[in-house]
Design a protein. Structure first.
Lengths: 267, 194
């Protein structure tokens, strides 16, 4: 990218802050934003400014609206915190909000079928287990369930393809990709707990260049149970997925050799 | 119990939304009710000024607030205040709705759009919003005509900056910079920090 291009991108902070960018420009700007702290700061300020423009329009909602909202939230499961911090907001979140969905649990059956078909073995069993005591689990660990839900969405995608690999630490890793959803998931069984002060970090491989796809929640590691993670960010043109062990908090680029590298299956 | 009175200091301005959002993220429905009381008027006002249709505005307001509940754990204070986060979300959802419904009749709409007074003149009725409204009105007057039109069309009408350029028949680069300059001037006028 030339200097002029960068300057040009920088002037898009205004348009970005009021959601007036779309398509390729939005993607290009979000990529730029990830390495431009000055832009990020300006976006924060301009968004706060835009919020004031919004607040100037306030109305008094009818009490019925509050009743409706309170009734709805009582049935809506909450999402877990973001794992990767650099996840783009708009290009990734442009889809309409997902509705509260008891029905989504039905996907588990499909997901489990798919998982079985591609010989995920232990992971498939774990998925079924999750499904069978879904309600209980929901109460115990909403975050974990939401994560499983996100992974399930990928597993259940009609175009989902998967690939297994033995990781260097003895665990089995499986990567599942849906190009239609532009999402990928990583599942592992027998993943040991990472060494103290270390984490597992996932990466998309863009022709050999590693792009961070977030950290794995390691709560389930070392228990012999399955671990699943939705890779953060779009698959894009990535050709595969890598896993490395990184210092706590993750790294911008891999600092160790991967414990696993899986290329996406063709098609 | 009566509220303490602060003399000479800033009056307390409602609950701390960041704290409430933290509780909401842990599933606290009472905290959510308090958060709802603090933000729903602004969310409804914004969706209403973008969508015009009261029923659709209420629908999107509901969706936004349910999304706040669902994604509260994803709020990152480093990225800005809770209010900015919620209003960004509300703006995005309402604009998505506007765009999906948008017809190709932009040309005819152009005159109408430009002649409409900005939303903050029309719909505000909440007493609490008076300060914001007056501030916005005052600061909007400090913008050039092009800046004001660019900001209004993008923010209150949900147009992309490309559409704004087309509507105003201006080069893209001009709209891009006017939009940014206008927002920066508003930021400075309103004394907004991140």
């Amino acid at each position: 990218m030339t200097r002029a291009d960068r300057a040009d991108l920088h002037t898009l902070t205004g348009a970005y802050s009021v959601y007036a960018l779309s398509g390729r420009e939005l993607l290009a700007f979000e990529r730029h934003l990830a390495d431009c702290e000055a832009c990020a700061q300006e976006v924060r300020e301009l968004r706060a400014t835009a919020a004031k423009l919004g607040m100037a329009t306030s109305l008094t909602p009818s009490p019925v609206l509050k009743d409706d909202v309170m009734r709805r939230i009582a049935t809506v499961r909450q999402d877990p915190p973001r794992v990767a911090r650099s996840e783009p907001e708009f290009s990734g979140g442009g889809a309409p909000p997902r509705r509260a969905s008891r029905g989504r649990w039905q996907n588990f059956a499909l997901a489990a079928c798919l998982a079985g078909a591609v010989a995920l073995g232990g992971v498939a069993v774990w998925q079924n287990q999750q499904a069978s005591d879904a309600r209980d689990t929901a109460r115990r660990s909403e975050q974990q369930v939401a994560r499983v839900e996100a992974v399930t969405e990928v597993l259940a995608a009609p175009d989902a393809h998967s690939r297994n690999a033995k990781l260097t630490n003895g665990a089995t890793g499986t990567v599942v990709v849906s190009h239609a959803l532009d999402k990928a998931a990583f599942l592992a069984s027998g993943l040991p707990k990472p060494p103290d002060g270390r984490v597992y970090q996932l990466w998309f491989s863009d022709r050999g260049t590693m792009r961070s796809a977030g950290l794995m929640d390691t709560a389930d590691t070392g228990t012999g149970r399955g671990t699943a993670a939705l890779l953060s960010g779009a698959v894009g043109k990535a050709s595969g997925v890598g896993v490395t062990v990184e210092p706590a908090g993750g790294s911008k680029a891999p600092t160790t050799d991967p414990i696993g590298l899986m290329s996406f299956p063709a098609g | 119990m009566r509220e303490p009175v602060f003399i000479g200091g800033p009056a307390p301005r409602g609950p701390n939304l960041e704290e409430l959002l933290g509780l909401v993220a842990r599933g606290d429905q009472n905290a959510f009710a308090a958060l709802y009381d603090a933000v729903s008027g602004s969310v409804l006002g914004l969706t209403r000024s973008l969508l015009r249709d009261p029923a659709q505005a209420e629908e999107v307001t509901q969706e936004v607030l349910v999304e706040v509940w669902r994604t509260a754990a994803r709020f990152e204070p480093a990225r800005g205040s809770a209010m900015a986060w919620i209003m960004t979300l509300a703006h995005r959802r309402a604009v998505d709705r506007v765009r999906s419904a948008q017809s190709a009749s932009d040309r005819e709409e152009r005159a109408a759009l430009l002649n409409r007074t900005p939303a903050f003149d029309e719909v505000t009725e909440q007493v609490e919003a008076r300060l914001e409204r007056e501030q916005v009105r005052r600061c909007m007057q400090g913008l050039t005509e092009l800046q004001r039109q660019s900001v209004t069309l993008a923010y209150y009408r949900g147009r992309t900056y490309r559409e704004v350029a087309e509507l105003l028949q201006l080069p893209l680069g001009t709209v891009k910079t006017r939009l940014r300059d206008g927002l920066i001037r508003l930021r400075d006028c309103m004394g907004v920090g991140a």
